[in-house]
Write a protein that binds this ligand. Structure first.
Ligand SMILES: Nc1ncnc2c1ncn2[C@@H]1O[C@H](COP(=O)(O)OP(=O)(O)OP(=O)(O)O)[C@@H](O)[C@H]1O
Ligand SMILES: N[C@@H](CCO)C(=O)O
Length: 293
């Protein structure tokens, strides 16, 4: 059985804890019944001993598997990870979503995507990464009465993402602690209006509006101060023709959206200037989690 889950970029500027989008970069796991428990890891995190010995996927999978099945079985887990850890591309959401989906699939139980999303919420209480990880595309989401309420929109092929991944991680948990406890009324109004405009721009495919609509006063500047070079990455991306450029999730990745025809030029400009970072272009994913039995 094989499960794959896309990487995601959350917030998209002003939509803190609410907006998120999926790209084609993904994590994949193949699970087979086996005489003994064993784990193989390829790609991102392959040399990280924590992922072998105390793997978040295995512990979430076991929680669900033991509740769903009364048989005692062992499995071989083969992980192929493309999503870098703690870089703001939704690595933890991908793990949560794939572990829950796998436990149901291995027991042959069909799991509705909305139920999967609500189960994932127990492990990540903001819905902006888990919603695109499950559904694909652009998503605006909130939580009410312990349920994710969302609206989803596919992204056309005419758009691509140009992504700059710094060589230093930022933990979401720590990064959230750098944010203020209180915001001024002006900043709150600024973010509500920009997040609303950004959502409307995605829904109506008014791409020229993205640059203005993606401005934020709630989290980016506080977080980017930890790695001031990110301000230069953002300015360079916009100067090279990106439609918008925002801190991805809690960082450290800078995520730019552009017209497909401009992607190679923007990627080249960013690679020339920030050769010590990983720079690449990606398509958007409109499918979300995929399960092959
Ligand atoms: N492939 C993986 N296998 C097991 N655990 C993982 C894997 N990828 C990430 N994790 C866990 O998730 C943690 C990273 O989560 P964190 O929320 O800090 O970053 P992120 O999800 O990549 O970023 P963001 O939420 O900003 O998009 C890692 O420290 C590790 O515990
Ligand atoms: N909305 C979250 C995304 C990262 O998980 C944050 O910015 O902290």
């Amino acid at each position: 059985m094989k499960v794959s889950v896309p990487a995601t970029s959350a917030n998209l500027g002003p939509g803190f804890d609410s907006l998120g989008i999926a790209i084609t970069m993904k994590n994949q796991v193949i699970i087979r019944p086996s005489k003994f428990h064993s784990v193989s890891l390829k790609g991102e995190g392959a040399n990280n001993p924590v992922l072998k010995d105390n793997n978040m996927f295995i512990s979430i999978f076991n929680d669900f598997y033991h509740n769903l099945s009364h048989k005692k079985r062992h499995f071989r887990f083969e992980f192929f990870n493309e999503i870098p850890l703690s870089r703001g591309l939704g690595s933890s959401s991908a793990v949560i979503v794939s572990a829950i989906a796998s436990a149901y699939a291995i027991e042959g139980i069909k799991l509705d995507k909305n139920k999967l999303l609500n189960l994932a919420l127990a492990y990540e209480n903001h819905p902006d990464n888990i919603t695109p990880a499950v559904m694909g595309g652009f998503n605006v989401a909130t939580v009410q009465d312990n349920e994710v309420r969302y609206i989803n929109k596919s992204i056309p092929k005419a758009l691509k993402a140009v992504i700059v991944v710094p060589n230093r991680p930022i933990s979401t948990q720590l990064s959230r602690k750098t944010l203020p406890f209180k915001y001024s009324k002006d900043d709150v109004i600024f973010n509500i209006s920009h997040s609303s405009l950004l959502t409307a721009a995605f829904m109506s495919e008014d791409w020229k509006m993205l640059r203005t609509a993606s401005l934020d006063k709630v989290h980016q500047k506080y977080r980017m101060k930890q790695m001031p070079e990110l301000f230069d990455v953002q300015k360079s991306a916009l100067r090279s023709g990106a439609l918008m450029s925002t801190l991805s999730g809690s960082g450290s990745t800078l995520f730019s959206i552009c017209f497909a025809d401009d992607a190679k030029r923007i990627e080249k400009a960013l690679r020339n200037r920030f050769s010590h970072f990983k720079v690449f272009t990606s398509d958007f994913d409109n499918t979300g989690v995929k399960i092959d039995l």
